[in-house]
Write a protein that binds this ligand. Structure first.
Ligand code: SF4
Length: 100
């Protein structure tokens, strides 16, 4: 292996290593605000009990929604509807879909 090829391999390894360490867990994501325009449009609330009573199924919340990306037992986690933000496991919105 020549010197140039070796250095290219080292740079790629550092880049990949830097990416891995720069990743944040879902618990570290900024929490979505109930005042966020998308949150308002979807009736998102941090407390499912305060969700739209005409649409919300009993016991439905983010933790048992198919779109919730938080770990089992987490209090906050990512959601496909709110990329880069965390929703409350006890939250709810109109896009709730039963977890398969
Ligand atoms: Fe919660 Fe599901 Fe709505 Fe996301 S789509 S905010 S996980 S209820």
């Amino acid at each position: 292996m020549n010197r140039r090829r070796f250095l290219t391999g080292v740079a790629a390894t550092v880049t990949v290593g830097g990416f891995v360490t720069a990743r944040v867990s879902a618990e570290d994501l900024p929490k979505v605000s109930e005042d966020d325009p998308t949150a308002k449009a979807l009736g998102y609330v941090h407390d499912a009990a305060k969700g739209d009573t005409t649409l919300r199924k009993p016991d439905s919340n983010c933790a048992n929604c198919q779109l919730y990306q938080g770990a089992e037992g987490s209090q906050w986690g990512g959601c496909a509807i709110f990329p880069g933000k965390a929703v409350a496991a006890e939250g709810w919105c109109k896009s709730w879909v039963v977890k398969a």
